[in-house]
Design a protein around this ligand. Structure first.
Ligand SMILES: Nc1nc2c(ncn2[C@@H]2O[C@H](COP(=O)(O)OP(=O)(O)OP(=O)(O)O)[C@@H](O)[C@H]2O)c(=O)[nH]1
Length: 360
């Protein structure tokens, strides 16, 4: 597997540890920033309340120790993502607790409640928010009840200033993370789309991609009457190669022929694996005459090939060539024509190229 393919497979796997750990790291960064800055508005209220030292200690632990504890818990867990979701619920509960301790001081409390909601939606949507909000409300109600339901809504200028860094920095960081995630998904979709068009064994384009390219070329031919050729190439007696030498050697033969094909055609041509032991090439701006020269070169190349895994093995190919003509209605017609030429080559003794002429 190529690096890209391996990374993509890992990301798309239903249970990928590496992906979970990336998720845990992302949450750790957001939590460290959010709590680091979230401490400021809470501290401004505690300062005004002249809170006792143990409350300050609790704030310090929550703001600067809990992010690292949560990270370690998730990292060491067998199911890091699941543990991280649990940590996020704890975050919300602790947030609810601080709202009660601040006696619902309006701006810091609203800020805390909003930030703890938007990041949950960003991580896992509205359903998850419902769970975390429940934890937040319960913790808030319990602590407020324990304190005798004190309410002091008014926010001072000091509270407002202390809230500003959190107010600006956290949403910015959240939207940056969401943007990066969106870009990544887009990139992965593009990679997937590309991989869906590549043949695994040979690395050539597959039939799906090739047929689309051939349809475009046929449409171009109909508009411009510029020559174009479809070439079908089939290995001779490939079943025997597999039977005698095994499928690993068979695959190596397919790869070698694909390499020869890639090396022989021009940038504007489209070689592909049509399926099984059959290859196809779309040759733009090429007449049947030019295609025959290429076919001959290719035929000679394959005939001379040697395979270290199977000394003494020699392979040949039969090639059918069909130029585009105005009676072609579809790519299938064009392929049929080239296939007919290829079967003629097989029936005439193999290891040769045949051009089909005229409008069939
Ligand atoms: N190793 C390998 N073999 C494949 C693959 N795909 C198809 N084949 C084999 O290719 C062989 C094609 O055989 P046939 O279509 O009968 O043709 P042939 O033996 O080449 O005979 P002619 O075409 O008449 O010369 C079959 O044995 C398939 O199993 C593949 O990806 N790898």
């Amino acid at each position: 597997m190529t690096g890209t393919k391996a990374a993509l497979a890992e990301d798309l796997a239903p249970d990928s540890l590496a992906r979970d750990l990336r998720f845990v790291r992302r949450i750790h960064r957001m939590r460290t920033l959010g709590l680091g800055l979230g401490v400021l508005p809470i501290a401004s209220v505690l300062y005004q309340q002249q809170a006792p030292p143990f409350v300050w200690a609790a704030l310090f632990l929550n703001g600067y120790v809990w992010p690292h504890v949560a990270y370690l818990l998730a990292r060491r867990s067998r199911q890091p993502a699941r543990t991280e979701f649990r940590n996020l619920i704890v975050d919300s509960a602790l947030g609810g607790m601080w709202i009660a301790v601040m006696q619902f001081n309006l701006l810091p409390s609203a800020l805390l409640a909003v930030m703890l909601s938007v990041d949950k939606i960003g991580v896992a949507g509205w359903r998850f928010l419902a769970r975390t909000a429940a934890a937040q409300v319960l913790a808030c109600a319990a602590v407020s009840a324990a304190l005798g339901f004190p309410v002091q809504l008014q926010s001072t200028m000091f509270n407002i200033f202390a809230s500003l860094p959190f107010l600006f920095a956290y949403p910015t960081a959240l939207s940056t993370a969401a943007y990066q995630l969106g870009r990544k998904v887009l990139r992965q979709n593009q990679q997937l789309e590309h991989l869906n068009r590549i043949d695994d064994i040979t690395g050539l384009y597959n039939r799906r991609h090739w047929e689309e390219a051939a349809a475009r070329e046929l449409a171009r031919y109909m508009r411009t009457r510029r020559p174009a050729v479809v070439m079908m190439i089939d290995l001779d007696g490939f079943k025997q190669v597999n039977d005698r030498h095994g499928h690993v050697v068979g695959d190596a033969v397919l790869r070698s022929v694909a390499e020869a094909l890639k090396g022989a055609v021009r940038e504007i041509d489209t070689p592909a694996r049509y399926g099984g032991d059959e290859f196809c090439v779309l040759l733009a701006e090429t007449s049947a005459h030019g295609a025959r020269e290429l076919a001959e070169r290719l035929r000679a190349l394959v005939e001379r090939m040697e395979f270290p895994q199977a000394p003494g093995l020699h392979c040949t190919i039969s090639i059918g060539i069909a130029e585009a003509n105005r009676l072609l209605v579809s790519v299938e017609d064009w392929v049929d024509l080239a296939d007919t030429a290829m079967y003629r080559a097989k029936n005439s003794g193999r290891n040769r190229a045949e051009v089909i002429r005229g409008l069939v």
